[in-house]
Ligand binder design. Structure first.
Ligand SMILES: [Fe+2]
Length: 219
């Protein structure tokens, strides 16, 4: 390897590290346990794999998942850290994070999906989401995937239940949200992932086994 190749590989690793650093910025003041964005990215990638997406598409969805909440850096910490009980004006501020994220990411033309994931991950299948109130398949598919993955992580990070109980409750909520909050087909894929997760390890801090499996498949 000459010095150019060394630099080239260094740059590639640097990009990956910068993406993760940005994801941590988004998670820093959130209400969820750390590494929320990393988990959302991994679940999204696994959903995409089960949908038959190409490896390149799977990886792009992973990157979109990493940065989906980057707009939260534009929202005051005391709001993003609140578990519940947001006042109307606080909730209205919170609802600005998708647009802020899309603005931050809009010039990254190499991966246009990054801004897509940020802008539309809080849309709901029945049209009652934000910021644009898109309905059904008008919501970009990647954003529908991230939306399901995000909801799964939000619920499985709640500390009220644990283990089997948590898994059962979360499963019920995902089932209930089919067609209202979630794209029913994508929700079904996540339900299958929950059912396959017999040892309840999917919601561990960072489910690295997903990425290990991914890279094994690449070999
Ligand atoms: Fe969000």
């Amino acid at each position: 390897m000459d010095d150019f190749e060394v630099k080239y590989h260094q740059q590639k690793r640097l990009i990956d590290q910068l993406m993760h650093a940005l994801a941590r910025v988004a998670d820093e003041n959130g209400r969820y346990t750390k590494e929320h964005s990393e988990r959302v990215a991994l679940y999204s990638m696994e959903i995409a794999r089960r949908m038959g997406k190409s490896r390149g598409e799977q990886y792009e969805i992973y990157q979109m998942g990493l940065l989906h909440d980057i707009g939260k850096i534009g929202i005051p910490d005391y709001i993003t850290a609140k578990a519940e009980g947001l006042k109307d004006n606080e909730y209205n501020l919170m609802k600005k994070h998708p647009m802020i994220g899309a603005k931050i990411l809009q010039d990254i033309t190499e991966i246009p999906g990054l801004a897509v994931g940020a802008r539309w991950h809080h849309e709901r299948f029945d049209g009652s989401g934000y910021p644009d109130g898109l309905v059904g398949i008008a919501i970009p598919e990647e954003a529908r995937i991230i939306g399901v993955a995000d909801a799964y992580d939000a619920m499985s990070s709640e500390r009220i239940y644990s283990g089997v109980m948590k898994q059962k409750k979360v499963r019920e909520e995902i089932e209930r949200g089919k067609g209202t909050q979630f794209d029913p087909e994508i929700a079904d894929i996540l339900l299958q992932m929950i059912d396959d997760d017999k040892n309840y390890v999917m919601n561990s801090e960072v489910p690295t086994y997903i990425i290990e499996e991914y890279f094994t498949r690449l070999e």
